[in-house]
Unconditional design. Structure first.
Length: 340
């Protein structure tokens, strides 16, 4: 049995005593974002959770991933949407974390379980994306072959070739984004101190995405915006790190609207606050915990129009991971204080 499978086997053992509470939490999380009847949602969660815990406890990780890949490939051929399944995987990971924090007092064991769980979730999501992309590519190739059979469809064939090129480019871009997110998650999962986590997140994200500046900020109990920042060598902030009252600038707008904000040219954005010299474009993704804006990730670049919708999607995935990681870090810190 591999180290990864062994870590997941131990993780399943820690979660098994909390199976009913975990089932309730997962069902509630999916029911809130689903139009399906509660009984149907709960039946899906119960069936999936029992199968997952059972197979992990037996060390059948690779068999599990292979079976999921075959099922996803079959569903892709019918044109099924994988968005609900992807949401279910993300929510299950989020629901597992509090139980692991409560069950594991040993820091290294907790970090190992969180990292193994994050890697498993990443591999399951990667299966969904890969199979959907492969099915889309297969259908496009079939369209190419059919178009090539008739001379009068030459224009359609040319368009299919161009579409294939764009599809391959998007696939590679998505693969790069998955690798980026997986690396960020891998680097941050073992960190269980909130302040150190925010600083490491800013450093790792800035280095991985090669932006001139990245900030990770949260609102404390008094509504004060605090955080940690990372800038490319020679790039720094001109204002202080604490701002009393409502947050301003594009960060403040993202918190108020609870939605990502893009400024392709900051000189044209009335809300832009010039505190990082050389910034030409900015993207802010709010940290949303149960629908409430509790902080944000601020990306700035010295290039105009440096951010697109794919960057927004990557930023939202990172933000979701940070919400869970910060919550776990706070729970762990609180548990350590109580033990002390």
């Amino acid at each position: 049995m591999t180290g990864f499978a062994e870590a997941l086997r131990r993780t399943a053992g820690q979660l098994a005593p909390h199976r009913d509470a975990l089932l309730d939490a997962w069902t509630r999380a999916l029911r809130d974002g689903s139009q399906a009847p509660e009984a149907e949602v709960r039946a899906f969660c119960e069936r999936s959770l029992d199968s997952l815990l059972g197979r992990l406890s037996r060390g059948e990780v690779e068999d599990l991933l292979r079976d999921e890949a075959e099922a996803v490939a079959s569903a892709a051929r019918t044109g099924a949407s994988f968005r609900p399944l992807a949401q279910a995987i993300r929510e299950l990971d989020r629901c597992c974390h509090p139980f692991l924090v409560a069950a594991l007092a040993d820091r290294e064991a907790l970090a190992e379980s969180l990292q193994a769980l994050a890697e498993l979730g990443g591999r399951r999501l990667e299966i969904l994306i890969r199979e959907q992309e492969e099915e889309a590519l297969r259908r496009l190739i079939e369209a190419q072959e059919q178009a090539a059979q008739a001379r009068e469809r030459a224009l359609e064939l040319a368009r299919a070739n161009e579409a294939l090129r764009r599809s391959e480019g998007r696939s590679q871009h998505r693969a790069d984004q998955i690798a980026l997110f997986a690396n960020v998650a891998h680097r941050l999962a073992p960190i269980l101190e909130p302040d150190r986590l925010m600083q490491a997140a800013a450093d790792v994200i800035r280095a991985q995405m090669n932006h001139s500046y990245v900030g990770v900020v949260v609102l404390d109990d008094e509504g004060v915006l605090i955080g940690r920042w990372s800038g490319r060598p020679g790039v720094g902030r001109e204002s202080s790190g604490r701002a009393q009252g409502l947050a301003g600038g594009i960060i403040g707008r993202a918190l108020r609207k609870r939605a990502p904000q893009l400024a392709a040219d900051v000189s044209l954005d009335p809300d832009y606050h010039a505190d990082v010299p050389g910034t030409r474009s900015e993207m802010v993704v709010p940290l949303l915990d149960a629908g409430e804006a509790v902080g944000a990730v601020d990306f700035q670049s010295d290039r105009p129009a440096a951010f697109d919708l794919d960057d927004v999607a990557t930023g939202e995935a990172i933000a979701q991971f940070l919400i869970v990681a910060l919550r776990n870090a706070r729970l762990y810190s609180e548990a350590r204080r109580k033990q002390a």
